[in-house]
Design a protein. Structure first.
Length: 386
């Protein structure tokens, strides 16, 4: 089986899908691995390291995209030369990466038409069996960590309590909203830096995890089911939204740093921090909105930008995992390897659609869109046009 690792062309992307160590494991399993020249440069993995691991460095675009299996981080997109990456794949090839299937159903349709077998890593089930393939989690952890570092760098205060000859410094107060994978890593990182941390999540089940990391859980009486299938949060009613906003307002006001990570899969991120709450914060406070590119948890945050409102810094930087490219790529590569080992038996892609990993994550196969939610979205588009 010929496997290609192509260079990411997404603006600002510094990660690579597979690192040399994982290439070595693929080569040992009998795969022929081609790596686009410079693919790992931005994440500090040299062509020489890939070659030493047994890969062939390739500069010919046609050859690269004609592999049996193409491994990527971001969805295929149009290149500078006007050709679309999805059109460069050979018919019947397999593609694995983040494909944003619910955000770009038209791309998924395009892949189906090209008879590509495509796996969207964001659709890997959140089960213990699939945990080591779960790139959404590995990358969310990186984002949670980096969010706290950005906040600490922007805050005009220390994070830890300090007792010095020049006086005693009180620790920073950090509020984390959304205690999923990113939020829990943000809590742990803020605690390691010595902050006093509180956290809120709409799923009451996370209370113990929050407490085990040394943070206080902000309790809100919700009186409504807030957990959907797969352990994800549900989109909640207007009444619950108002109750949570009222409850967290006081905590936002008292915090030096607020990190928001709340998302609902396939939907716009819930609006949790309002302009009024921001106006009540102390000048110099910092908010990092990890959901900025999904519409934002925080009123006024802008995706990809840092803005200042009434003395409060709102950081909406997108794609934080890409800012820790070495380890983000290393973790992503391990997720990819586990999935590839699961799918490829004796050098042949072997798909069992009765298995929930295959049925969830395979978005296109045999000329068809396989994922029901993408099919529904495509149906809606056709319906709207007709
Ligand atoms: P996510 O990125 O979709 O959301 C982040 C957090 O925001 C979640 O904890 C969610 O409950 C919270 N949230 C959503 N709406 C909110 C609101 N209105 N107010 C406050 N908080 C809100 O979620 P995620 O971090 O990818 O994971 C969610 C959950 O999935 C995990 O905590 C876990 O239960 C499960 N999970 C399981 C596995 C596994 O078993 N292998 C792996 C990863 C995640």
């Amino acid at each position: 089986m010929k496997v290609s690792i192509v260079k990411e062309i997404e603006i600002g992307e510094r990660r690579v899908a597979v690192v040399p160590e994982i290439v070595g494991r693929m080569v040992k399993q009998g795969m022929e691995v081609w790596v686009e020249a410079g693919a790992g440069e931005q994440s500090f993995f040299s062509d020489a390291a890939y070659e030493a691991a047994g890969a062939k460095i390739v500069t010919d675009t046609e050859q690269l995209w004609h592999a049996d299996l193409v491994l990527k981080v971001n969805p295929p997109q149009e290149r500078e030369d006007g050709r679309h990456e999805a059109d460069l794949l050979k018919e019947g090839a397999t593609l694995i990466g983040f494909l944003n299937p619910l955000g770009s159903p038209a791309l998924i349709q395009q892949l189906a038409e090209r008879k590509i077998t495509a796996f969207g890593l964001e659709l890997i089930p959140r089960t213990s069996r699939a945990q080591s393939m779960d790139a959404l989690s590995s990358q969310a952890g990186v984002a949670g960590y980096k969010a706290v570092l950005l906040a600490a760098a922007a805050l005009p205060k220390f994070f830890p309590m300090l007792t010095t000859a020049a006086g005693t410094i009180a620790p920073a107060k950090v509020l984390v909203i959304g205690a999923g994978v990113a939020g829990l890593q943000a809590i742990a990182t803020a605690r390691r830096l010595g902050a006093v941390v509180e956290a809120f999540d709409i799923r009451p089940a996370v209370k113990e995890e929050v407490q085990s990391l040394g943070a206080k859980f902000v309790e809100v009486k919700l009186e409504e089911e807030t957990v959907a299938a797969g352990g994800y949060a549900k989109e909640v009613s207007e009444a619950v939204k108002q109750r949570t906003q009222a409850a967290i307002a006081e905590h936002v006001k008292m915090s030096d740093v607020v990190i928001t990570t709340a998302q609902v899969p396939g939907r716009q991120a819930p609006r949790l921090v309002t302009a009024d709450m921001i106006a009540n914060m102390k000048p110099g406070s910092v908010i990092v909105d990890l959901a900025a590119d999904q519409g934002g948890n925080c009123e006024g945050s802008e995706a990809g930008k840092t803005v200042v409102k009434g003395g409060v810094t709102l950081i909406g930087e997108a794609n934080l995992p890409s800012t820790v490219p070495f380890h983000a790529s290393q973790m992503y590569a391990k997720n990819i390897l586990t999935l590839v080992q699961f799918l490829v038996k004796d050098g042949v892609l072997t798909l069992n659609f009765d298995d929930d990993i295959v049925s969830s994550a395979c978005v296109t196969h045999g000329g068809e869109v396989k994922n029901q939610r993408v099919k529904d979205l495509l149906g809606e588009t056709v319906g709207a046009k007709g």
